[in-house]
Design a protein around this ligand. Structure first.
Ligand SMILES: [Zn+2]
Ligand SMILES: [Zn+2]
Length: 325
């Protein structure tokens, strides 16, 4: 079943019954909120972070501290970490989307009827750059002043794994609260059209579309919940950079359109783009609490039960009519 893919298809809702095409059946939602991919992603990033600190930290960091002034380290470092992290993943995904390389990964496409085009990327690029420079850079300055006010450390006393474990709880709680309620607010009918509709243009999202949104939404939903955690928890600037890297990777993965092996499951947020009124949060706890969680597998199961009931009712009516006759 080949579907015509043009810019118009971006705006159409996908028929949930259209789950099969040349790429094979769409994959089902993994019901476990803490899948192996989440654990692996954290392990790889945290392991590389502490490994790097152990082997090169002292030499590298003492050079940085001796060479650059503090504002340049915090502002410049945060900018470099954010940009490199973002474009690294987005470039790899663009090769996968536009050149279909590696081809074997296409079996993991979540909405296989919607094949990303160059136009999808071009449309996102300008908005993404505006958000990075006109919203991201001023927010970096605001973050710098808040970190100065809170007294976030920057010195040679590196964070320990215990510090990171303790601070991560704060990061996750603030991210979940900030993103869930901010995002849900933007779904309010009075705000949706003006602000959040733009982000929902991609009903089958792509990695770069993670920050394809209105500038106010980028600040309130993407930047503030991510950066507030390390400010509130008085984290070391190196921990802030680790958290930005993990947060951005997660956001891009949630929009990448592929459920790749060994990566966290992006199905919940992908399904939000497809269906709009489910899965508002990044972690899933508030969706569970507010009964806003949803998945294609559950929707399909409900449909199967509905169809079975309808079939049964129809058979009973037919039987009744036969008895009458
Ligand atoms: Zn999204
Ligand atoms: Zn939304």
């Amino acid at each position: 079943m080949a579907a015509a893919i043009d810019s118009k298809s971006l705006l159409e809702h996908q028929d949930p019954d259209q789950v099969e095409d040349e790429w094979g059946p769409a994959i089902n939602h993994n019901p476990s909120p803490f899948a192996i991919g989440d654990v692996l992603l954290y392990t790889v990033f945290v392991g590389s972070f502490f490994g790097g600190l152990h082997f090169y930290g002292e030499r590298f960091w003492s050079y940085i501290l001796a060479t650059y002034p503090k504002p340049a380290i915090i502002l410049g470092g945060t900018f470099i970490v954010s940009e490199v992290g973002f474009w690294f993943w987005v470039s790899l995904l663009a090769i996968l989307d536009l050149y279909q390389f590696p081809k074997s990964f296409w079996r993991y496409k979540i909405q296989p009827l919607k094949v990303p085009t160059r136009e999808w990327y071009e449309r996102a690029l300008w908005v993404v750059l505006q958000n990075q420079f006109l919203v991201g850079v001023p927010t970096g300055f605001l973050m710098y002043y808040l970190m100065e006010w809170r007294g976030n450390p920057i010195g040679m006393e590196f964070p320990t794994i215990y510090d990171l474990a303790k601070e991560s709880i704060g990061f996750l709680v603030i991210e979940e609260l900030g993103f869930y309620y901010g995002h849900r607010l933007f779904h309010h009918p009075r705000l949706y059209k003006r602000f959040h509709k733009q982000h929902h243009l991609y009903t089958a999202p792509i990695g770069i579309a993670a920050i394809y949104c209105h500038p106010l939404e980028h600040f309130m939903c993407n930047l503030a919940p991510l950066l507030l955690g390390p400010i509130v928890m008085k984290s070391h600037v190196l921990t802030l950079w680790l958290w930005i890297t993990i947060g951005q990777t997660n956001a891009i993965n949630s929009h990448c359109g592929f459920q790749l092996p060994l990566f966290p499951s992006p199905l919940a947020h992908d399904y939000h783009h497809e269906r709009f009124n489910v899965n508002y949060g990044p972690v899933g706890v508030l969706d569970w609490l507010h009964n806003t969680a949803g998945s294609r597998a559950v929707a399909e199961e409900k449909k199967r039960l509905r169809d079975a009931e309808a079939k049964k009712a129809k058979m009973e009516t037919e039987k009744g009519q036969q008895v009458k006759n």
